[in-house]
Design a protein around this ligand. Structure first.
Ligand code: HEC
Ligand code: HEC
Length: 161
């Protein structure tokens, strides 16, 4: 019995290790975790989606989300304050599902200031961000047709004229 248990345990451990290694990493990117978890959060969608796209938790590391959620009264020139209960619920959702896909060691407040963002968009001419239909790099949904579902696949990018 004891040997059977340890055999099963060894098999289970072996298979998780294999999963972690199996191809979810390429080009230095860890795609093991979705940008938006399948179990979303209604309060986040409602509160953080009222002024702009509700930016998916996987777009910033946990430390960035802590900073963003700690300064909502002075949020990029806007007051986005929440009650302590709402803040706690949304913070937990963002931090628990934060990025492990791209590293952003300086924990910037802006997704658009992360090195990975600049790298992914390096081929876009600077003038594109200024187009009336784009309105700046933070307006992900202008080009990423599935942005609200956390889908940033380059196959579904349409740059407005
Ligand atoms: C009252 C309006 C308002 C609400 C509510 C709001 N935001 Fe913002 N947010 C802004 C403005 C304005 C900007 C700056 C946009 C720009 O520079 O293009 C911004 C920018 C951001 C950015 C940086 C985007 C980038 O990469 O440039 C993040 C991240 C962000 N908000 C997260 C949140 C989160 C999380 C919530 C919910 C707790 C939230 N916002 C709710 C107004 C709001
Ligand atoms: C002006 C249009 C535009 C805007 C606005 C924009 N993107 Fe992109 N994005 C692109 C294009 C074009 C590519 C593909 C680049 C390439 O393949 O050379 C891309 C690529 C990406 C990728 C890589 C996709 C992959 O399959 O590797 C991610 C992730 C991404 N964008 C996220 C974002 C986020 C998050 C925002 C908003 C904060 C945003 N983008 C705003 C045009 C845009």
């Amino acid at each position: 019995m004891k040997t059977l248990l340890s055999l099963l345990l060894a098999l289970a451990l072996g298979s998780t290790a294999a999963q972690a290694e199996s191809g979810n990493k390429y080009g230095g990117e860890d795609r093991g975790k979705p940008v938006l978890p399948s179990q979303s959060n209604n309060l986040w969608k409602q509160e953080c989606g009222s002024c702009h796209l509700a930016f998916a938790p996987g777009l910033l590391p946990a430390e960035s989300w802590r900073k963003v959620m700690g300064g909502l009264d002075k949020h990029f020139g806007a007051d986005a304050s929440l009650s302590p209960e709402e803040n706690r619920e949304i913070s937990a959702f963002l931090v628990n599902n934060a990025s492990n896909r791209w590293r952003a060691p300086t924990a910037p407040l802006r997704i658009t200031e992360t090195a990975w963002f600049k790298h992914k968009h390096r081929e876009l001419a600077p003038g594109v961000w200024k187009r009336a239909a784009v309105k700046g790099p933070a307006n992900c949904a202008a080009c990423h047709t599935g942005a609200d579902r956390g889908d940033f696949n380059e196959d579904r990018v349409r740059i407005p004229r």
